[in-house]
Write a protein that binds this ligand. Structure first.
Ligand code: HEM
Length: 224
């Protein structure tokens, strides 16, 4: 077993990840004030800030979609059946017995099978539901104003329920996500990788040659 430094997360990816974290955190913070959970900015200001952050998130999502298709990185999220039960067993049992991770991270395969599923669900379900219900929340009055009956929304009730349920799901995701970031080789290994782009990875001799190849390929891309 050796150790290799591998370039896993490119610069746009790290920017996108941390911007998304800040925006979702801020949207949650202002959103639950709008919901009435506590008072910090005051309702009206909270709404203004929530709207600004929402437009920023929509712009970031558009950029990220473009990046995923332009680089082909979207393929990282294609779900696989292999190793799913091994990964679940690892988080329930293996992790507490110091067993090795069932899958290895490489530049070409940076997500384990559970991450693929969770992140795909976030990208295809939770984020679109939040953006759609949020935009409906903002603009539901317009069809009514101009008498467009076919897209008339009589009440905000269901939109508010969906948007709040999505927000709670996101809070649960973030808590689980932060816990799981600590389950890398050392507590801060994964966090460090998302900050610097590089991660120290355990390798067998056989992997070393492949990693060298992937690494030089990725290094040539690092300034993309
Ligand atoms: C682009 C995405 C989003 C848009 C367009 C959006 C838009 C909105 C709007 C317009 C409101 C209602 C403000 C008012 O009452 O005037 C709202 C409420 C709220 N938002 Fe968002 N939002 C988005 C994302 C998020 C995210 C990511 C979260 C949580 C992490 C969140 C949490 C909330 C909560 C908890 C409320 C209060 C719901 C209620 O009690 O009725 N929002 N949002």
């Amino acid at each position: 077993m050796g150790h290799k430094k591998v370039y896993i997360y490119r610069s746009f990816e790290r920017f996108w990840h941390w911007m998304q974290m800040i925006l979702i955190f801020f949207l949650g913070f202002t959103g639950f004030e709008i919901h009435g959970t506590y008072s910090f900015f005051g309702f009206e200001e909270a709404v203004i800030y929530h709207n600004i952050a929402a437009y920023m998130l929509v712009s970031l999502v558009v950029l990220a979609i473009f990046w995923h298709f332009a680089t082909g990185e979207w393929k990282q999220y294609i779900p696989t059946k292999e190793f799913i039960s091994a990964q679940i067993r690892y988080y329930i049992v293996g992790i507490f017995r110091n067993e090795p991770h069932p899958t290895k991270k490489t530049a070409l395969s940076k997500l384990n099978p559970l991450q693929k599923l969770a992140y795909l669900g976030l990208k295809l379900l939770v984020i679109p539901v939040m953006v759609t219900s949020g935009l409906l929340y903002m603009f539901y009055r317009y069809p009514t104003q101009y008498g467009v009956e076919s897209i008339n929304i009589a009440t905000l009730k269901y939109i508010a329920i969906v948007h709040t349920a999505g927000a709670l799901l996101l809070v649960a995701f973030v808590i689980g996500h932060i816990y799981l970031t600590t389950t890398g080789e050392k507590v801060l290994t994964n966090l460090n990788a998302m900050l610097t782009g590089y991660e120290e990875i355990e390798t067998d001799e056989e992997d070393n040659e492949n990693l060298k190849e992937n690494n030089s390929q990725q290094l040539s891309n690092q300034y993309d």
